[in-house]
Design a protein around this ligand. Structure first.
Ligand SMILES: CC(C)(COP(=O)(O)OP(=O)(O)OC[C@H]1O[C@@H](n2cnc3c(N)ncnc32)[C@H](O)[C@@H]1OP(=O)(O)O)[C@@H](O)C(=O)NCCC(=O)NCCS
Length: 174
């Protein structure tokens, strides 16, 4: 069975899946910076309506073996171009996020690019490191999924990503 990570434009039919991804309590705890209420479908739909219409936001659906497993985005955060990503929990720890972000970074020419990650989201920190980001600072912010202010790390990518390198399942892997 081939293993392949690909990206494509977000379709409205993906949104039901994304909503379920974000409702998973373990995933949202890990992400920390989430919607105020992940069960509020109205707020979720308004958010997606807004970002899909915003030319400064670039969203992509992540597919693994043709199945929708996550999403990745570029958007302005505090005036800086920033990335975020989410992979559905059954698919964690296969290198999918690292591969998806690496692919996404080949589509996006802006540099530097930033990311913010809660201090204890080690998996996301590995993903950023795998894609060439380095930690450049810290901040504190309110995390809805933790119900508290938490320490977050600020990461930055200065280099152009090289899609041919790095971890993650490759087409044709067993
Ligand atoms: C963070 C997230 C995107 C990672 O997705 P993934 O597909 O499992 O990521 P990958 O498999 O590409 O890489 C995970 C890396 O973290 C490491 N890792 C996983 N769990 C870990 C843990 N608990 N402690 C330390 N490292 C961990 C893996 O070993 C791997 O590192 P490596 O490539 O250096 O071996 C996924 O957990 C997720 O979607 N979480 C919810 C949303 C979120 O947190 N988004 C990011 C917000 S900043």
């Amino acid at each position: 069975m081939g293993q392949e990570v690909t990206l494509r434009e977000v379709r409205l039919t993906d949104l039901d899946r994304f909503f379920e991804f974000e409702r998973d309590p373990i995933s949202s705890h890990r992400a920390a910076f989430t919607a105020e209420d992940p069960n509020d479908r109205g707020a979720f739909d308004r958010h997606w309506q807004r970002i899909l219409a915003d030319p400064s936001v670039r969203n992509r659906t992540v597919l693994y073996q043709g199945e929708v497993v996550g999403n990745v985005a570029l958007f302005e955060l505090l005036g800086l171009p920033s990335v975020a990503y989410w992979i559905d929990r059954p698919w964690w720890a296969r290198g999918i996020a690292s591969r998806a972000l690496r692919l996404f970074l080949t589509e996006v020419s802006r540099r530097p690019i930033y990311a913010r990650v809660v201090h204890d989201n080690l998996a996301s920190q590995h993903v950023l490191s795998n894609c060439g980001f380095v930690q450049v600072g810290t901040d504190r912010g309110f995390a809805h999924a933790r119900g508290a202010e938490v320490e977050e790390q600020i990461w930055r990518l200065d280099e152009v990503a090289r899609p041919d390198l790095g971890p993650g399942p490759q087409p044709g892997d067993a």
